[in-house]
Every structure is written in structure tokens, then in C-alpha cells.
Design a protein around this ligand. Structure first.
Ligand code: NAD
Length: 493
């Protein structure tokens, strides 16, 4: 397979310094769909150096906000132009259905548009210090060189949530997508180049974390690391960055409760619980993997869920008939399978799924069926740890207080849902849940204008919304005396 250079350093597409490369595999059939460069630590350091120079002496941080916003808008236009091709690439790389990939690309377009608009209306703040001879202003400046590290489940979306505000703020950056799913980010960087992002501002490194992690994070040349991925990786990066007092923003995992009260609309709840956990085969950080259900309807609810789960059509994401695709890789399927075995050994009751599909048409791919465990409790690791696959665990409650206690009894705090016909209860529960996003009578939605991120072990900082831009900004207070005078404090000779 001929390989185009896939590292972008200082405005040039280059191969890895040692010629290293990696096969990129379609998880639906294990075929190789592309070969990309596998960067060395020296390549990663060259990318950081290019971003440093572009920040310290390039035009981008000082380019008027309106011009930077116009570049973001052009990127959005180009993404819209290449939407279908990008969606196909995302599906080939991740296995998700084309329908999901199209939704992702549309969301990416919105995020570029949102930050183009937000950056353009940002204003300095004048502060009244009580002295007419002083002009006091609080201004926002780009934080500097950013390292942007993304996971494989929403490759383009997650990197776009970082690149768009970083560009809007005037930062320079090195983007590193997951080594498992690099393809759509290569296209995005090509589009950014076409849209007029200057050389050195947006650099692209492809490699595993083991190969380039230290070069990207253990360096005083980086001002911010924005990381989305697993909790173990994120906390280890934070420890490394602490040695340089580098700012770190972490978007980590989740183990998200979906609380269902008996007074809710039964059929809608079944449908939304099903979608909330099995969409993208559960490989979603905000997936509703813990059903917490009121005892009085639990048996009927689980039976209805099982009936619906068994009808989910999984298959190749390029096939329009597929409702969900394979897991991202054979290795990831092994991990999911090990959680299923763990759940069984812990005494959870397997009510559907729990074994690889036997149909030969699934043999070469990393498919795994929707799996439900009933009668679970918090002593089980399948309930407390992120499985990141199509596994739903069911716990039961009798009172509102129990529901809240169960919902909060997790080290994570990314997202949660509550379903009830009682608006006052919905509001009480939503406020009591320690999670960055709470959905009332809905699940899974977000908008570029509202912040996204986690409480507790799900991370720190926020993406999206005005806070998502502020992550990429330093705040500076400028105190300007327009009538300088002596202080009159030390009066000695
Ligand atoms: P991961 O932690 O294995 O990898 C994430 C990224 O970090 C990859 O690009 C990887 O190459 C890189 N990496 C690994 N080690 C590194 C190191 N030492 N230094 C620098 N970079 C390193 O996660 P994953 O398996 O790709 O993604 C799944 C995880 O991501 C799940 O835990 C999921 O919940 C989380 N996630 C969170 C959100 C959110 O918004 N909170 C969104 C999507 C995914």
C-alpha cells in the first residue's frame, strides 16, 4: 500500500524519521485500510519545537480575532464540502455506522462555527480600581503551545473539540490522535492547511503514547496539555506535566448512571436506556452503562430491554442495514469479553448477550452483541469499572434517596440521566448527582455552546462552551497609570 506522508511538522508533510509505519485496520473485517507513519520521539520533539517557534515568533497569536475566526469558518466550509468522504473514513477506521459518522462530522462543523463566533465577540474587561488616573483591563491571551491528545472512540470529534478553541484563542499546537484511528485527523489537518492556517501553528504526530508520550508531555516547551482518554493514562500525564508546572486539562472516562423512576413513560424509557448504552457498541465515555431502576417496574423493564436488545442489528458500519458496528479492535473486544467473564464470576445474572456472534459473516470482525447483567450490586467490578463496551448492568432501588446514593457511588462523574414524570423530583435528583452533565428525560445529547467535562475521576476542566475557550487562554491584568507619581512610601534619604 503506497503511503502518503502523514506527519505534519512546521507546514510540511513528512514521513517518520526512522521510516516506521503502522497498519490501520477496519474493525468490521480486519482488512488493512491504510498505512500511516509511526513517529519517533525526535519527530514529536520537532513538532513541539515548530509549535514553540510559531507561537514565540509567528503571526498567529497576534492575528486579529476576526481573521482567526474567518479561518475557522473556512475549515467548517471545507469539512462540509468533504463531509461524505470524511464520514466514510471515520467508519472504516472506527467501525461505527455511517449514520453515526455523519452525525460526528456535522458536530465537528458546528464546533468550528461556534468557536469562530465566540472568539469574534470576546472582549477585554475594564475594571474600576477607584482611581481615575489608572486604566485597569483584564485581557485574554493565548496560553501558548498546546499538546492535544485524543482517543479512538470519536476520533475527529474529540480532536476538533480541542483544535477549534485552540486555534480561535491564537494558540499553536501539536495534535496526536489515537494510533488506532488516525485517518480522519489527517484529513482535518489537510483542510486546516487549505483554509490558511500558517505553518507551525497546527502540527500532527501519529504514534502510540509509549513512542512519543514523553517527548510531548515531559518538556518545558509546552504550556498546556489537553488530554481525552483513559483515567490511568490521564493521571500519569498529569504527574509528568507537574514537573514543569504545565497546565493540564483532562477528559477521562465515565461509569454513567441512568436512573429510571416507575412514573416515567415506560416505552420511551426502554428505548432511551437502550440507545443510551448500546449506541456505538457502548464505546462512549458518557454511555449510560448503569441502569438504576425502581424496584416496582424492574422485572418488566429488564424483560422489555432484553427483547429490544436482541433485535439490534449489528454489522459492517458501511452497510445501511447495520444499527451498530463492531468494537474498535480485536484487542478491545478481548477486554470487553474479560469484563463479561468477570461479571459472571461476580454473580451478576447474564440475561442476554455475553458471547461472540457465531454467524460466519462476523468471524473476521471484532463484533460483540449487546449484553445485559441483571441483579448487580456495587461490590461488582463490572458495575464500578468502565468496560467501554456494550454491557449494561442493572441495579434496583426503592426510594429517591437510594437512587441518588447509587448514582453517586462511583469514582467517576462524567454524565448521568434521570427519568421521571415528576418535575420537582427530576430537578432534585439532577442537582444531587455529582456529574458534569445530567440529562432529565433524555440521554446522550450535548451542544457546542454548553460545557462538557467530568466531576471526580472523570477529569478536570471543561471542553465546549465559553469555558472550553478559556482553557486555551491566559488571563492578564494590565494596570496602566496614566498620571505616574511617586509612591511616597519610603521617605528616608
Ligand atoms: P487511552 O488513554 O489508551 O489513549 C488516549 C490517547 O492517549 C491516545 O492517543 C494514546 O495514544 C495516548 N497516550 C497513551 N499513553 C500516552 C502517554 N504516556 N503520553 C501521551 N499520550 C498517551 O484511551 P483510549 O483507549 O484511546 O480511549 C478510551 C478512553 O477515553 C475511555 O476511558 C473513555 O472513557 C475516554 N474518553 C473520555 C471522553 C470524555 O469526554 N471524558 C471522551 C471520549 C473518550
Amino acid at each position: 500500500m503506497t503511503m502518503q506522508p502523514s506527519l505534519y511538522i512546521d507546514g510540511k508533510w513528512v514521513h517518520a524519521g526512522d521510516g516506521g509505519a503502522r497498519d490501520i485496520v477496519n474493525p468490521a473485517d480486519s482488512s488493512v485500510v491504510a498505512v500511516v507513519d509511526e513517529a519517533t520521539a525526535a519527530d514529536a520533539s520537532a513538532a513541539v519545537a515548530a509549535a514553540r517557534t510559531a507561537f514565540d515568533s509567528g503571526p498567529w497569536p497576534h492575528t486579529p480575532i476576526a481573521e482567526r475566526a474567518a479561518v475557522l469558518d473556512r475549515i467548517a466550509d471545507l469539512l462540509a464540502r468533504d463531509r461524505d468522504e470524511l464520514a466514510r473514513i471515520e467508519t472504516l477506521d472506527t467501525g461505527k455506522t455511517l449514520r453515526e459518522s455523519h452525525i460526528d462530522i456535522d458536530d465537528v462543523i458546528s464546533v468550528f462555527r461556534y468557536y469562530a463566533n465566540l472568539a469574534a465577540v470576546e472582549a477585554d474587561r475594564i475594571v474600576d480600581v477607584g482611581d481615575p488616573t489608572v486604566i485597569s483591563r483584564v485581557v485574554r491571551e493565548p496560553v501558548g503551545v498546546c499538546v492535544l491528545i485524543a482517543p479512538w472512540n470519536y476520533p475527529l470529534l474529540q480532536i476538533a473539540w480541542k483544535i477549534a478553541p485552540a486555534l480561535a484563542a491564537g494558540c499553536t499546537m501539536v495534535a496526536k490522535p489515537s494510533e488506532v484511528t488516525p485517518l480522519s485527523t489527517i484529513v482535518l489537518v489537510r483542510l486546516a492547511e487549505e483554509a490558511g492556517v500558517p505553518a507551525g501553528v497546527l502540527n500532527l504526530i501519529q504514534a502510540s503514547g509509549a513512542a512519543v508520550g514523553a517527548a510531548l508531555t515531559d518538556t518545558p516547551d509546552v504550556d498546556l496539555i489537553s488530554f481525552t482518554g483513559g483515567a490511568a493514562t490521564g493521571t500519569s500525564i498529569a504527574r509528568t506535566a507537574a514537573a514543569h508546572a504545565t497546565r493540564v486539562a483532562l477528559e477521562l472516562g465515565g461509569k454513567n448512571p441512568h436512573i429510571v423512576f416507575a412514573d416515567t413513560d415506560f416505552d420511551i424509557a426502554v428505548d432511551r436506556v437502550l440507545t443510551g448504552v448500546f449506541m456505538h457498541s457502548g464505546q462512549v465515555c458518557s454511555s449510560g452503562t448503569r441502569l438504576i431502576i425502581e424496584e416496582s417496574i424492574a422485572d418488566d423493564f429488564v424483560a422489555a430491554l432484553v427483547a429490544r436488545a436482541e433485535k439490534i442489528r449489528f454489522g459492517d458500519g458501511l452497510d445501511d442495514a447495520s444499527e451498530t458496528g463492531p468494537l474498535v479492535s480485536l484487542a478491545h473486544r478481548d477486554k470487553v469479553e474479560s469484563y463479561v467473564a468477570l461479571g459472571i464470576s461476580e454473580g451478576a445474572e447474564l440475561v442476554t448477550g455475553g458471547a461472540r456472534p457465531t454467524d460466519p459473516k462476523y468471524a473476521a470482525g471484532s463484533f460483540y452483541p449487546p449484553t445485559i447483567f441483571d441483579h448487580c450490586d456495587r461490590s461488582m467490578r463490572v458495575v464500578t469499572e468502565e468496560t467501554f463496551g456494550p454491557i449494561l448492568t442493572v441495579e434496583r432501588f426503592s426510594t429517591e434517596a437510594q437512587a441518588i446514593e447509587l448514582g453517586n457511588d462511583t469514582p467517576y462523574g462524567l454524565a448521568a440521566g434521570v427519568r421521571t414524570a415528576d418535575p420537582a423530583r427530576a430537578e432534585r435528583v439532577a442537582r444531587a448527582l455529582r456529574a458534569g452533565t445530567v440529562w432529565i428525560n433524555d440521554f446522550g445529547f450535548y451542544t457546542p455552546a454548553a460545557e462538557w467535562g467530568g466531576f471526580k475521576k472523570s477529569g478536570n476542566g471543561r471542553e465546549l462552551g465559553p469555558t472550553g475557550l478559556a482553557e486555551y487562554q491566559e488571563i492578564k491584568h494590565i494596570w496602566n497609570s496614566i498620571s505616574p507619581s511617586v509612591a511616597g512610601w519610603f521617605n528616608g534619604e
